[in-house]
Design a protein. Sequence first.
Length: 130
Amino acid sequence: MKPLISWHNSFSVNNDIIDSQHKKLIDIINHFYEVFKRKGNIEEIEQILAELKDYTKYHFSAEESIMEKAGYPDLEEHKRSHNQLVEKIVDIEKKFLDRKITVNFEMMTFLRLWLTNHILEEDKLYINFI
Ligand SMILES: [Fe+2]
Ligand SMILES: [Fe+2]
């Protein structure tokens, strides 16, 4: 099966730690997509949403500390963006746990863009600082 997101060199921020964390996020979303395609059960989906939320928080705080150590000037703006991205996942998880939404293709597209737009448009901005 073709993955939802394929790693491409254009995603690289020239930092091995951050690149490997971005690859892990891609893997989690691709796993979610695979479970969605084969109509996996509710427990499986709940587990992936929890993993996506937890790993996202872990990655964002690691990325923020790298930016902070490097004295990245737009750290506060980047943190606000991270907080909004986490809120979106928390919101999806909560609605799913409350059985207010189901997993569908729109959710997959949302997650694909949620991650790739942030890497390509915002993470890329710190490349020359870290
Ligand atoms: Fe970021
Ligand atoms: Fe990132």
